[in-house]
Design a protein around this ligand. Structure first.
Ligand SMILES: Cc1ncc(COP(=O)(O)O)c(C=O)c1O
Length: 245
């Protein structure tokens, strides 16, 4: 195993500088298991920030399935195969009846990119409503709808087809838990954007929102906000993209 100092040196030499490291003293992580990460010094860390490993690190059933499939076949979707259809059938059986069709992707960014593409195709418009502080991925299209990126360090600001509402944060937001029906007040911010688009003769394409704002600070929205906001968008012919990554 390379020493931590050596890795830092090689990283400077071979890895592009825009790939930033976290922490004043970067961690040298060598192993993950369940909810834990382990450093090269054997120290155990409770992982609260690593990118999405929904069932924990190195889950034995996931590993076994990956290994078995990789030994057998790793190809694209242009051939008939039973896994894709049986998996889609099992998955949709667990979802509300209206969610009855699947597209499988490799990452959260790719999923949101595809959803934006579909919304734009369906509505013939790219006008998108987003929530301040939201993060939806690292592709060009998803950075364009991620205030966390375009309003963050090095960001180029909001594209003119992207419209932000304030973060529906009942604790520190524009409207707070003792300000009455704040779910509707924040949903009205969406309505105000829809009204401006309407006055400008523009069709809304999509409202994209995380179920819980992650990078924005683990913000739980006021109950009923997402239902009210998405209904308003759908009533004007736009789509609601639920980023549940
Ligand atoms: C809410 C949300 N959307 C999208 C993404 C992008 O997912 P991925 O890193 O799999 O491309 C993330 C990743 O952290 C996320 O938290």
């Amino acid at each position: 195993m390379l020493s931590t100092e050596n890795i830092k040196k090689l990283r400077c030499q071979y890895i592009g500088p825009s790939l930033s490291l976290s922490y004043h003293e970067p961690l040298h992580i060598v192993k993950g298991k369940g909810q834990y990460l382990y450093g090269s010094d054997g120290r155990q860390y409770l992982d609260a920030v690593n990118n999405i490993s929904h069932v924990g690190h190195c889950h034995p059933r996931v590993l076994a399935a990956l290994e078995e499939q990789n030994r057998l076949l790793n190809t694209n979707t242009r051939y008939l195969h039973d896994n894709i259809v049986t998996y889609a059938e099992e998955l949709t059986n667990k979802l509300p009846a209206k969610l009855d069709v699947c597209y499988f992707t490799n990452s959260g960014s790719e999923s949101n990119d595809l959803a934006l593409c579909m919304a734009r195709n369906y509505t013939g418009s790219n006008q998108t409503i987003v929530i301040a502080g939201a993060y939806h991925g690292h592709t060009k299209a998803t950075i364009e709808v991620s205030p966390y990126k375009f309003d963050g360090p090095g960001g180029a600001g909001s594209p003119d087809f992207v419209h932000q509402i304030p973060m529906p944060d009942p604790y520190r937001g524009k409207y707070r838990s003792n300000d009455g029906d704040i779910a509707l007040k924040y949903a009205d911010c969406v309505q105000q954007i829809l009204d401006v688009l309407h006055d400008d003769n523009k069709q809304v394409s999509a409202f994209i929102a995380e179920a819980i704002l992650g990078c924005g600070g683990q913000i739980f929205f006021p109950e009923g906000f997402l239902a009210a906001a998405s209904t308003k968008v759908q009533q004007t012919g736009g789509l609601y993209i639920a980023d549940e990554v």
